[in-house]
Design a protein around this ligand. Structure first.
Ligand code: HEM
Length: 160
């Protein structure tokens, strides 16, 4: 009888304490990795053992599984190790377009950019971080409006 009572108490305790646990420790958001231009450059596919990263619209994707496109000597290798938003929008490999600058792009190019961003990059490749210019304002302070593509509950104030 005493054992049965203990069991009931124990189950009750476990249930209530796990409720508390849930309340006190809300699921944490993953920290967001910030890439400087210099850091991103290390992942340009030139080293076989390193992963291959590229950014589109300030989002850094791990494109290692697309090595046939992006690896050393592959056709789109010029796009990696940097933010190539403009090149993707224009479908251009011109060195002048290997930049995050979207100024002066046409409506059609911006629409095409969004469709490749959503349909190819976000669908096919894991997000590993964000470029400094996506996370910070021009003066280097955190951009309060920053929202990671993959973590809707993330709040930048939790990081500082
Ligand atoms: C004669 C010119 C081109 C041809 C024939 C061509 C062909 C292709 C093909 C067949 C694919 C799909 C491969 C697959 O999903 O299996 C592809 C993907 C792609 N192409 Fe091109 N392409 C050309 C030029 C360009 C240029 C100039 C760019 C410049 C940015 C570009 C950027 C891309 C990108 C970003 C992808 C997606 C790769 C991925 O899935 O990660 N392409 N291209």
């Amino acid at each position: 009888m005493a054992t049965a009572l203990l069991c009931v108490l124990c189950v009750f305790f476990c249930l209530t304490s796990s409720q508390n646990f849930k309340l006190k420790f809300k699921p944490a958001t993953k920290p967001v990795r910030l890439f400087t231009e210099e850091e991103l450059r290390r992942y340009d596919g030139s080293e076989e053992a390193q992963p291959v990263y590229m950014a589109v619209k300030g989002v850094v994707f791990d494109v290692t599984t697309g090595k046939e496109f992006y690896g050393k000597d592959a056709p789109y290798n010029a796009l990696v190790g940097k933010d190539s938003t403009r090149a993707v929008a224009k479908m251009s490999l011109d060195p002048a377009d290997l930049t995050s600058d979207t100024s002066g792009l046409s409506e059609e190019q911006l629409t095409s950019l969004d469709s490749v961003f959503e349909g190819t990059y976000k669908t096919k490749y894991p997000i590993v971080g964000y470029t400094a210019s996506r996370i910070l304002k021009e003066d280097g302070s955190p951009d309060e409006d920053f929202k990671p593509e993959d973590q809707p509950q993330f709040q930048i104030k939790d990081e500082f």
